[in-house]
Design a protein around this ligand. Structure first.
Ligand code: ZN
Length: 162
């Protein structure tokens, strides 16, 4: 099986459904961009995607339009990791569209959590003018490894004073 083939079929199905709902025209080129999204290592930048699409002679503008449509369709999500990182990263949504991520502000390490209590809380929440379909929750902080490093630096500087 081609790498990413299974996720491609699922993503393509989601794309077809979205295109039908939005009464947009299906596009072969858009499907080719989606195939590239599924082949790329995740997460990826828009630049990496347009580079991958170069071999199919797909223009950068077309790639960006397709990427925005994939986001609207819930196929791809934009993720923000580290501050000061030049490009936004994107990733293919597989499985449940809802996500709970803990992101270390120091090293960018990302841990995906499954917290059923929080997921239930959000899903069961009713808003009069909004219908929740899925959610992304990003929690920023300091990971265990960075925390440990910070503590050992503190201890080292303390012992050098003494
Ligand atoms: Zn860290």
């Amino acid at each position: 099986m081609v790498k990413g083939a299974r996720s491609y079929n699922a993503a393509l199905e989601r794309l077809y459904r979205y295109v039908r709902e939005q009464e947009k025209r299906p596009s072969k080129v858009r499907n080719m961009v989606l195939a590239q999204v599924c082949q790329l290592a995740q997460p990826f930048t828009a630049e990496q995607l347009s580079k991958a699409c170069e071999q199919d002679r797909i223009s950068v503008g077309t790639v960006y339009n397709a990427l925005n449509l994939f986001i609207d369709a819930g196929i791809v999500r934009a993720i923000t990791r580290q501050r000061g990182k030049a490009a936004t990263e994107y990733e293919l949504i597989t499985g449940s569209a809802s996500r709970f991520l803990m992101i270390c502000k120091k090293c960018g390490r990302t841990v995906e959590l499954s917290d059923k209590a929080i997921a239930r809380l959000i899903k069961e929440r009713k808003y009069s003018n909004f219908n929740i379909q899925h959610f992304s929750l990003f929690v920023y902080g300091e990971c265990k490894i960075c925390r440990r490093k910070a503590i050992s630096i503190q201890m080292r500087s303390r012992s050098s004073i003494e």
